[in-house]
Write a protein that binds this ligand. Structure first.
Ligand SMILES: [Ca+2]
Length: 534
């Protein structure tokens, strides 16, 4: 009886509180002459992040590509805002994804400079708050579809015959479907939530056995893990794009019928080597297989845009397209260059480099009614900022140690064309020695060259660095005839406002600027959070 009375009293109190809230809300609405649209109030927009792989600054039509046609990405730019100074926080696949998911510089991880492969466990501590955790706490349904590339489980080597956890589901995603590592490295199977699709205990994975999988140029490690024939049979390299898009379409259709918003992190396998678009794309571009794969990627984005529209959620969805790092001078990239395509536009260097070509990437955002359509911004932004942006969109405040290096991009997305949200960015290439700091227009690189790929001959998969300059036509004052000049400065400084192509290392003209940037770089690295308030 006492309990019953207590419950009634509590209900009455809650009811009064609800009414007070309603009166307060009414008061707020009346007192504001212009009702500002605040993302935290009313229905929250859905969020879709289309994270492309190895798409360089020059691979997209609206960024200057002429040998590759990207009508869907261009349409997104016409309907939204295109950023010209956007960067992945790392020039390498896995650390770049780490930055996006955790809002934390990958350098803070300690050992995450290179891509990780099949034996490596999950590189994100499940106790760390992620972008998916933030979305979930904001009432969003969450999923990851596509390439994961951040490891599974806690054991080395990874036990592919067991449940693959912790993984995306332990980092805040309600579900996961996609490729475990990367399309160039095994295992060549799909994962659905905690399991390999088609896995059978009678047909287990076996390390150091040759996998039954299709052979393509620049597809590696086929002898590293085999067995699981049924699981391998479900993975056809040329159908991966079609399958991922179908899964995304199904998920969007399902979520659009529900009364909560959704967060889709779609990480495309394209255009990472091997270049395996569906047969209908072969020969479709003027840049060889590289361009054909890019055109399939554009189609994939178009399919997601179509799905949002057909499900009636297009107007209430923030759609962001960007890439995990710059274009790579692999064999596909070399052929594209031979055919006259510029993977990274006029930017210096390639994927893995601290030079701009390694990390300056396309970044386009659309949100009808909030992001002015057809606009361009030269504000400095990064994929590491998406976590704080998701927090802001869903009306949440991050603690200092949650997404510590992430800045809210909303002002740059919705405001005037140049609205700065950050004045600096720590950028990690593949080699720790070349860690860099961007500050305003200045870019400081803590060693010679780009710190990326360095194979010396045309035709090699890892062709890059100074040796590639005669082939690519890149020019830099420290480099001549494919080599670093004797007596060239040990570190680099560029003023990107005056010299976006990084043709001239001006470190000897501005030693004080370089000294200051180096000190800041060391300081940011030594602190647990970025020097900012939000
Ligand atoms: Ca990549």
């Amino acid at each position: 009886m006492f309990l019953f009375v207590l419950m009634k009293l509590m209900q009455a109190k809650l009811s009064i509180m609800n009414r007070m809230g309603y009166v307060y809300l009414l008061f707020c609405c009346i007192s504001l002459p212009i009702l500002e649209v605040h993302p935290a109030s009313g229905s929250k927009p859905n969020i879709v992040i289309f994270f492309a792989d190895d798409v360089g600054y020059g691979d997209v039509g609206c960024y200057g590509a002429t040998h590759i046609s990207t009508p869907n990405i261009d349409r997104l730019a016409n309907q939204g805002r295109r950023f010209t100074d956007a960067h992945s926080a790392s020039a390498v696949c896995s650390p770049s994804r780490y930055a996006l998911i955790t809002g934390r510089y990958p350098v803070r991880h300690g050992t995450l400079w290179s891509p990780i492969f099949l034996r490596r466990p999950l590189v994100i501590d499940p106790d760390r708050k992620t972008i998916a955790d933030v979305a979930k706490a904001g009432g969003y349904a969450t999923t990851c579809i596509g390439k994961w590339h951040l490891g599974f489980g806690t054991k080395t080597p990874t036990v592919w015959n067991a449940e693959l956890k912790p993984g995306p589901l332990e980092l805040g995603f309600d579900s996961f479907f996609g490729i475990p590592v990367v399309n160039s490295h095994p295992p060549f199977v799909f994962i659905e939530n905690h399991r390999v699709l088609g896995w059978d205990p009678e047909d287990p994975f076996v390390y150091k056995k040759t996998a039954k999988t299709r052979i393509f140029d620049e597809k590696f490690g086929i002898n590293e893990i085999g067995g699981a024939d049924a699981a391998h049979a479900l993975y056809d390299d040329e159908q991966v794009g079609t399958e991922l898009v179908k899964r995304a379409d199904d998920w969007i259709s399902e979520q659009s019928k529900k009364d909560h918003p959704f967060f889709l992190y779609f990480a495309s396998h394209a255009i990472h080597h091997p270049f395996t678009p569906a047969p209908r794309w072969k020969g479709s571009s003027k840049a060889g297989p590289y361009g054909d794969f890019m055109q399939e990627l554009d189609w994939m984005l178009g399919e997601i845009m179509r799905s949002l529209k057909e499900n009636g959620v297009d107007d209430n969805t923030i759609l962001i397209f960007t890439s995990d790092n710059g274009g790579m001078l692999n064999r596909g990239g070399q052929e594209a260059i031979r055919r006259g395509h510029r993977l990274n536009g006029e930017m210096l260097g390639f994927k893995f480099d601290a030079w701009e070509g390694g990390h300056r990437v396309p970044f386009i955002a659309k949100w009808p009614g909030h992001i002015p359509s057809g606009t361009t911004s030269d504000a400095l932004v990064s994929n590491i900022d998406l976590m704080a942006t998701v927090a802001a969109v869903s009306g949440q405040t991050l603690k200092a140690d949650e997404g510590p290096d992430s800045f809210n991009l909303l002002p740059a997305l919705t405001g005037k064309e140049h609205t700065p949200v950050r004045d600096h960015l720590l950028i990690a290439p593949a080699r720790e020695s070349n860690l860099s700091l961007r500050k305003g227009d200045w870019m400081y690189i803590n060693a010679q060259a780009g710190g990326g790929f360095g194979a010396k001959k045309v035709g090699e998969h890892a062709f890059g660095g100074p040796a590639a300059f005669p082939f690519t036509g890149n020019k830099n004052s420290d480099i001549q005839d494919g080599k670093i000049i004797e007596g060239a400065p040990k570190t680099q400084l560029y003023h990107l406002g005056r010299d976006p192509r990084q043709s001239t290392n001006v470190i000897r003209d501005y030693p004080e600027v370089a000294k200051q940037l180096k000190a800041e770089m060391i300081q940011i690295r030594s602190q647990s959070t970025a020097p900012h308030t939000r």
